[in-house]
Design a protein around this ligand. Structure first.
Ligand code: PNS
Length: 190
């Protein structure tokens, strides 16, 4: 019988419970699943590729048929290189569909033998995204129900460092907000 290897490509910055849900579903229908982290030079990521890889490896340690890898360039070229026959992508809501359809059809144009398979994560993750997790964590919101414990810890560590750096900058007086400047200038005039 034909064995099917699939890749699950993405940015995973950071990986969320929604990603984990999809990995678990994918691991049940594919013989092998490679979670492929794109090192995208156009985006400024919160986590480095090695950090994301460590988090995903820890999250997927219990799945025997799941491995984690990194890639650059085109997804179809990476899939061809590792002899994968399918691309797994998640669709959370209709809003994802247009972009995902465009990408799937373009990937099919580039590499006709490679199928994209869409799966839906559990409804409770339908509003979850890495971008929202980053934003919530940045402003100190609760992230524990959105990401695995290890990722929550890494987010706190990362943002603590960023906040300390920001505090120091403020103490050193390098930054003066527009509002502060305007208030001072108004006081001088009055
Ligand atoms: O998690 P993301 O950011 O939605 O993942 C998007 C990803 C990595 C799947 C997509 O940007 C991608 O495939 N990038 C690699 C470059 C590529 O193949 N571009 C053409 C896509 S049709």
């Amino acid at each position: 019988m034909k064995r099917i290897k699939a890749i699950y490509p993405g940015s995973f910055d950071p990986p969320t419970n929604g990603h984990l849900d999809l990995i678990q579903r994918g691991s049940q229908i594919f013989d092998e699943l490679v979670v492929a982290i794109l090192g995208n030079p156009e985006k400024e990521p919160l986590f480095s590729v090695p950090d994301r890889r460590k988090m995903l490896e820890a999250m997927t340690a219990d799945f025997d048929n799941v491995t984690v890898d990194t890639f650059g360039g085109l997804t179809v070229d990476y899939a061809t290189k590792i002899e994968a026959g399918a691309i797994l992508r998640g669709i959370r809501a209709i809003s994802d569909y247009e972009y995902e359809l465009q990408m799937a059809l373009m990937n099919r144009k580039l590499q006709p033998g490679l199928e994209t398979v869409f799966m839906m994560p559990a409804e409770k993750y339908s509003y979850l995204s890495s971008r929202l997790v980053r934003e919530i964590a940045q402003y100190g919101g609760a992230i524990d129900c959105l990401v695995p414990p290890l990722v929550a810890q890494k987010l706190r560590e990362k943002l603590d460092i960023a906040h300390k750096f920001a505090d120091n900058t403020a103490v050193l007086g390098d930054e003066e907000s527009t509002t502060e400047r305007k208030t001072k200038s108004r006081k001088k005039k009055s």
